[in-house]
Ligand binder design. Structure first.
Ligand SMILES: [Zn+2]
Length: 131
């Protein structure tokens, strides 16, 4: 069981839906931005090496933001799948209630705080632990 009232569950699923719509809009506009061919000109520079570095940096930042947004959309989609399966609000590791306070702060949370902290302590933040 997830320990959530119907109203709490409705509130959280609505927030997931809105957050996902916002992220998808951000991703779309981020992709549009990334396709602007001449960042350096937009920044008012004359196209020397320094301007090119700034342009490259901006492009990198935009990509990182898009990657983060896409990751969050995937988390939200997974959370929506747990709602559909009746598993939302239960920790995917131990099955205990995640709790409304934590879900309210982080609606796509899939672990209870205890399991999340355990995971962060025991797993080094490397590219091999992201999947
Ligand atoms: Zn847990």
């Amino acid at each position: 069981m997830n320990g959530l009232s119907e109203a709490q569950l409705a509130n959280l699923t609505e927030r997931l839906r809105q957050r996902k719509a916002l992220l998808l809009a951000e991703i779309r506009s981020g992709l549009d931005r990334a396709q602007v061919p001449h960042y350096a000109e937009l920044l008012g520079g004359g196209g020397d090496a320094g301007d090119e570095s700034v342009a490259a940096l901006l492009r990198h930042v935009a990509d990182a933001e898009i990657a983060r947004d896409i990751g969050e959309v995937r988390d939200i989609t997974a959370a929506e799948g747990r709602v559909a399966a009746g598993l939302f609000g239960a920790c995917t590791d131990c099955g205990d209630e995640i709790g409304y306070a934590r879900l309210s702060a982080y609606p796509s949370a899939k672990r209870c705080l205890r399991c999340q902290q355990h995971r962060e302590k025991t797993q080094a933040p490397s590219k091999y632990t992201q999947r």
